[in-house]
Design a protein around this ligand. Structure first.
Ligand code: ADP
Ligand code: MG
Ligand code: ZN
Length: 492
């Protein structure tokens, strides 16, 4: 009988097992130059133009560590609550692959940059702490190009522009128990690193790459099961889909009497399945040894203190503050802190307008709608945060009706002008002066004898009709509250 478990496990079977997940996340640091040479890290240059003897791995070339890369890596470690080691050491990780000209990767092994960190995630209101085992620095390999050439059938090419790009690897503890927890952990890590400007974390450009280690065990069992490492997860959605597939595969395999092999598996987004790629390599396969061309990396306390002090507010803290200080709902706070640029935009609107709740409403509604329609990031918004704040403020003060505000907003997004300038030029200011409105109210009363009769007879809902007459006469500029008051006064 074949033990290959192609049939997925039943929900009942899956429910008897507990998944155990640990993630290894690679993040490209946002430096202008590579980690051990001065070549640019810019994206999209013609193949093999951003290279030099160091990143080409030519014999005799010596690496020089980038201070900027260390600074960003340390900031990342601090944002993940890690202890930064006073001394760390680079090590050679030896393996052969055509995109690795040196024949080894410069990484860290038994003396990593930082260790013992954590991040907190929240799932359905319940907080959970996920341990971060270690953060270490390493250089990236080049890239093989398999497609797009005349002779792609028979040849592959190599582009070494990416070779030597600075990376950090973030290894988690096997603390996650579902694909949703893994998703939440990766989201939290990504947000933190983006907030502190350490990386763009753009998964499409490969600036954030994730491998997932998964095993399953019967609920209540003490020992972890054998794990598989799943690679090629280049979106958040694929991470979740691949984990769910792999969990089901392992359960079905065990239930049918088989055993999970410790191996490296590749996720195929077209089939939604994972497939065995190679047996799991072990540390001894890499013949790690200390990098002889680089001194140990020493990080002194005063420098660390300066970086710590310069750390911006992290998303979790910001979320809590938005809820507390501005009275936002949990969901709104989450949306408004998804990116640092978004959170700063909102705070400016809230401060300038003096009305945080309306500010949240406008940013999440009209502004985000506009950006989505134009396919723009908030940093490219045609309406500046200050201008939107002014608009929201004018509305809050009753100087602009909701309807006029939308009109002004549309004009602001087209021209980039301040709301005051548009209102002034187009004479859109709300009329609140009761003297000026009295005439319009009297006209409406004179022109609507039937409705006035009904109102006096007790049918107060016709007030809406009468107010509507005034709004029409003033092209929407009358202050509804003032007009309503005037009618009530005049009609007794
Ligand atoms: P390696 O270097 O062989 O990949 P590591 O100790 O670095 O091994 O672990 C890699 C990842 O695997 C870590 O994120 C860890 O949390 C996770 N992990 C370890 N054991 C298990 C297990 N039994 N099930 C799931 N994940 C595991
Ligand atoms: Mg590993
Ligand atoms: Zn170089």
């Amino acid at each position: 009988m074949s033990l290959s478990a192609s049939a997925p496990a039943t929900p009942e079977a899956i429910a008897r097992y507990e998944p155990v997940i640990g993630l290894e996340v690679h993040v490209q640091l946002a430096t202008a130059t590579k980690i051990f040479c001065g070549c640019p890290t810019s994206f999209g240059a013609p193949p093999n133009t951003n290279v030099c003897p160091v990143c080409l791995g030519l014999p005799g070339a010596l690496p020089v560590l980038s201070r900027e890369a260390v600074e960003l890596a340390v900031k990342a470690a601090l944002a993940l609550n890690c202890r930064v080691r006073p001394q760390s050491r680079f090590a050679r990780k030896n393996y052969f692959y055509p995109d690795l000209p040196k024949g080894y990767q410069i990484s860290m092994y038994d003396e990593p940059l930082a260790e013992n960190g954590y991040v907190d995630i929240v799932l359905e209101g319940a907080p959970k702490r996920i341990g971060v085992t270690r953060v270490h620095m390493e250089d990236d390999a080049g890239k093989l190009l398999h497609e797009g050439f005349r002779d792609s059938e028979g040849c592959s090419y190599v582009d070494l522009n990416r070779s030597g790009t600075p990376l950090i690897e973030i290894v988690s503890e096997p603390d996650m128990r579902s694909s949703d927890e893994a998703y939440a952990y990766l989201t939290e890590v990504k947000q933190r690193l983006q907030f502190i400007g350490v990386s763009t974390c753009d998964m499409e450009k490969g600036h954030l790459r994730c491998d997932a280690n998964v095993s399953v065990r019967l609920k209540g069992a003490e020992r972890f099961g054998t794990r598989a490492e799943v690679k090629n997860l280049n979106s958040f959605r694929f991470l979740k889909l691949a984990l769910d597939y792999e969990i089901s595969r392992q359960v079905a395999l065990i239930e049918s009497g088989g055993q999970v092999e410790q191996e490296t598996r590749l996720y195929n987004p077209d089939t939604g399945e994972t497939a065995g790629m190679r047996g799991k390599e072990h540390a001894h396969d890499y013949r790690y040894f200390p990098e002889p061309d680089l001194l140990p990396l020493r990080i002194d306390e005063p420098w660390l203190d300066r970086l710590r002090a310069a750390m911006p507010e992290l998303p979790a803290r910001k979320r809590a503050r938005f809820i507390e200080d501005y009275g936002l709902r949990e969901y709104d706070a989450e949306v408004l802190t998804a990116t640092r640029a978004g959170s700063e935009y909102f705070e400016t609107v809230a401060t300038v307008s003096g009305d945080p709740k309306s500010a949240a409403h406008w940013v999440m509604g009209d502004l985000m709608g506009l950006l989505k329609a134009e396919g723009k990031e908030i940093s490219e918004s045609p309406v500046s945060a200050r201008h939107l704040g002014e608009l929201v403020g004018l509305t809050a003060k009753g100087e602009l009706s909701g309807k006029l505000a939308k009109e002004v907003f549309a004009k602001m997004s087209a021209s980039g002008e301040a709301p005051g300038a548009i209102i002034e030029r187009e004479g859109l200011k709300q009329i609140s002066d009761s003297g000026a409105l009295e005439k319009a109210v009297e006209d409406a009363i004179a022109n609507s004898p039937k409705q006035v009769e009904q109102y006096k007879g007790g049918k107060t809902t016709v007030l809406n009709f009468l107010v509507g007459q005034v709004m029409r006469a003033t092209r929407g500029q009358a202050n509804v509250a003032v007009v309503t008051e005037l009618f009530k006064r005049k009609l007794g």
